[in-house]
Design a protein around this ligand. Structure first.
Ligand SMILES: NC(=O)c1ccc[n+]([C@@H]2O[C@H](COP(=O)([O-])OP(=O)(O)OC[C@H]3O[C@@H](n4cnc5c(N)ncnc54)[C@H](OP(=O)(O)O)[C@@H]3O)[C@@H](O)[C@H]2O)c1
Length: 335
């Protein structure tokens, strides 16, 4: 009997607007025979990142272009169920760009074999791109010192929650912003950061200055917009502050983009710098980061939260959760 591969294809370009369910289209395809060096992988879990929207729009020059009608891109973990490569055995668990589908057909050079152990899913979170972004963005661009005050936006998300905990491990005082009281409670009680601000219910500039009375030494920004301008308020910026630009999700649904932060001039007065980061720049150092993070997890210094939705049908709606703040931690789906 021929096996059917259910797929979600790109069916729209969400540039300048929110991504919608209609931006994806279902297609059922028959699987074809494998060629030499190819693997057939049963997709088990997919991860979601806000950058997938930018990739649909072809706005990110570090990612290969996407086209209307192609299988939606997405990283995941799956099991090799057929192999024409001597390098990867049937039964291996692999991490790769598997795409939004039941079965991926890839060359062995396109996958990373991962151990089927307690860290299996962590390869899509703290040991994956979210973790590497947090680790290198914070340590390399943030340049923390013990006693520094660190201010993080999107602090309960996949990247932000890891930055906060790494900052605590490095002896910093950590203040985070998030969009619900539940997320703020989690940040204080479970992630053990020092203060959490629900940015939707307060005067953000004032609340930041109350929580960072001497200004922030490091600002790790995942959202941009109003948060960034509030963080750059003179009283919120310590002398020599490092402002790390990781993401700007508050503007991912708008075009033309809003004007930049009017408070940028304060970078001059505070002799501060602002730096964008992309984790692939540090790929040669990933193994050390993975070892450090595994060690912190084993020592109980570092926790992570996975938000696992279920079912192939729900892949597009799971992705949309990122833009409405519904995800609690790393957004994943189990097929
Ligand atoms: N530079 C890099 O290499 C790199 C790598 C990965 C991710 N990123 C960026 O880092 C940021 C976080 O990514 P993530 O994967 O960790 O996602 P995430 O934080 O797990 O999920 C996205 C969160 O963004 C918040 N959000 C959504 N719309 C918002 C808005 N209009 N204003 C403020 N907050 C909003 C929501 O949390 P609330 O409930 O708190 O609003 C939502 O839960 C994104 O900007 C992403 O593009 C950059």
């Amino acid at each position: 009997m021929t096996e059917i591969n259910r797929q979600w294809l790109i069916n729209g370009n969400p540039a300048g607007r929110s991504v919608k369910l209609l931006d994806f289209k279902r297609l059922d395809q028959e699987l074809v025979k494998l060629k030499d060096e190819e693997l057939r992988i049963k997709v088990e879990y997919l991860e979601f990142t806000p950058s997938l929207k930018g990739q649909m729009e072809n706005q990110l020059d570090y990612a290969a272009p996407t086209t209307h009608g192609q299988v939606m891109r997405g990283r995941g973990i799956g099991e090799v169920i057929e192999s024409k490569s001597p390098k990867v055995k049937v039964g291996s668990k692999v991490k790769a760009y598997l795409g939004w589908q039941d079965f991926a057909t890839l060359k062995s050079s396109q996958v990373n074999v991962v151990d089927n152990d307690k860290f299996l899913l962590a390869h899509l979170g703290p040991l994956g791109s979210s973790g590497m972004t947090a680790y290198f963005g914070f340590l390399k661009a943030g340049k923390p010192h013990e006693g520094n005050t660190v201010l993080i936006s999107g602090a309960a998300g996949a990247v932000g929650s890891m930055v906060g905990q790494i900052a605590k491990i490095k002896g910093c005082y950590v203040v985070g912003t998030a969009g619900t009281d539940e997320k703020c409670n989690w940040l204080i009680k479970k992630a053990k950061i020092d203060a959490a601000i629900n940015y939707k219910t307060v005067d953000l500039t004032d609340k930041i200055s109350r929580n960072c009375p001497d200004g922030a030494n490091i600002i790790f920004d995942n959202v941009g917009g109003e948060f960034l301008n509030s963080a750059l308020e003179l009283k919120n910026l310590a002398i020599g502050a490092r402002v790390v630009l990781c993401g700007a999700i508050s503007r991912y649904e708008t075009f033309p983009y809003p004007p930049g932060p009017t408070n940028y001039f304060n970078l001059i007065l505070r002799r501060a710098n602002m730096q964008g980061i992309l984790s692939p720049d540090y790929a040669s150092e990933f193994p050390q980061a993975v070892e450090d993070i595994k060690g912190w997890i084993d020592d109980g210094k570092f926790i992570y939260r996975e938000d696992i939705q279920n079912g192939f049908e729900n892949i597009p709606s799971a992705f949309l959760r990122l833009f409405s703040g519904q995800n609690k931690g790393k957004q994943l789906i189990k097929l």
